[in-house]
Design a protein around this ligand. Structure first.
Ligand code: NAI
Ligand code: 15L
Length: 282
């Protein structure tokens, strides 16, 4: 994508000079972050094709609805027709039995990259997750070169997506920025999220940089706001230009008014929090 990027993070800054593409595909548009981002992303595309397996309806003529199960290769191939870039949020977003993860996240991401290859799409923003490295200890600082330590099948599927996208860049030149999103909610809910929180304005900025920064190649960027405490060093993805402005301090007093987890609770020990102890499922 060659458009000129902006340097600001807030809604109000998107303008006629903001970077722009013609048709942007947003998967997972019926989900939590899809619901937050679909309106914001309209500022960066003439048409936003919104897709999900769940029901969706267009708010206006700038949105184009395309229901699709990512597990269906033919449907995904049709989904990418005339698309210029993809923001891939669709899939299972929590720890679940392997078969569910396999179809939506592993096969689904493969179908997306195959469709991108055949359709000539050259830029994808892939919603990875901090659960790729969830078994690092809280307080430990890692960067994108640290070996993956997934905390479940979900984290394994995101590591697969990161590796798959690396292959599609090396072999076919499809550029991807993998966003290892921390906790993107309206506000942090617990002590861990004071570190992992990614505000929505910063998420928008991260997605927009990932879409429009030149020559990103294949990059991995941890998605956390400029919080007081950090477990993630984004030096390896500095060329993407993510410069978060929000931070979790306004929520600290409220979060810390609740007693902490026991010190020997795995959710308090590992970066993945409660995800490290979900399952087994049978
Ligand atoms: P979400 O679960 O609210 O949204 C995911 C959407 O994907 C849902 O609308 C769901 O219907 C759709 N989906 C599931 N299986 C599908 C399939 N087979 N075909 C097509 N669509 C399917 O998740 P959320 O919170 O909006 O997250 C968006 C993305 O960001 C996910 O990929 C998630 O793994 C990732 N992420 C989110 C974080 C967060 O803090 N919200 C943190 C780290 C990663
Ligand atoms: C994720 O990957 C999940 O999609 C999200 O629901 C949050 O739980 C987040 O990670 C987190 O680690 O807080």
């Amino acid at each position: 994508m060659s458009s000129k990027p902006t340097s600001d993070n807030t809604d109000s800054t998107a303008s006629a000079t903001s970077p722009r593409c013609h048709r942007l595909l947003l998967t997972g548009a019926a989900g939590h972050l899809g619901g937050v981002m679909r309106e914001r992303l309209k500022r960066y595309a003439d048409i936003v094709r919104i897709s999900d397996i769940s029901a969706l309806s267009a708010i206006d003529e700038q949105e184009e609805v395309a229901l699709c199960d990512l597990a269906d290769a033919d449907a995904v191939h049709a989904l990418l027709k005339d698309v210029d870039a993809v923001v891939h949020l669709g899939g299972i977003s929590v720890e679940r039995p392997f078969e569910e993860i396999l179809s939506a996240n592993i096969a689904g991401t493969y179908h997306l990259y195959e469709a991108a290859r055949k359709r000539g799409v050259k830029r994808i923003v892939f919603a990875s997750s901090n659960h790729v490295t969830g078994f690092y200890r809280q307080g430990e600082v890692i960067d994108a070169d640290a070996p993956v330590r997934p905390d479940g099948y979900y984290g394994v599927s995101k590591a697969f997506g990161e590796n798959l996208s690396r292959f599609y860049f090396d072999r076919y030149g499809i550029e991807t920025v993998c966003l290892r999103i921390g906790s993107s909610l309206a506000e942090p809910k617990d002590r861990r999220m004071l570190v992992t929180w990614l505000g929505y304005d910063d998420l928008e900025h991260l997605i927009v940089r990932s879409l429009f920064a030149p020559n990103v190649g294949h990059a991995i960027v941890f998605g956390a706001s400029a919080n007081r405490d950090r477990w993630w060093d984004n030096g390896r993805g500095a060329h993407v230009g993510f410069d978060p402005k929000q931070n979790s301090e306004p929520f600290r007093a409220q979060v810390e008014s609740v007693p902490p987890l026991a010190a020997d609770d795995p959710a308090a020990i590992f970066q993945g929090g409660v995800f490290v102890k979900v399952g087994p499922f049978e």
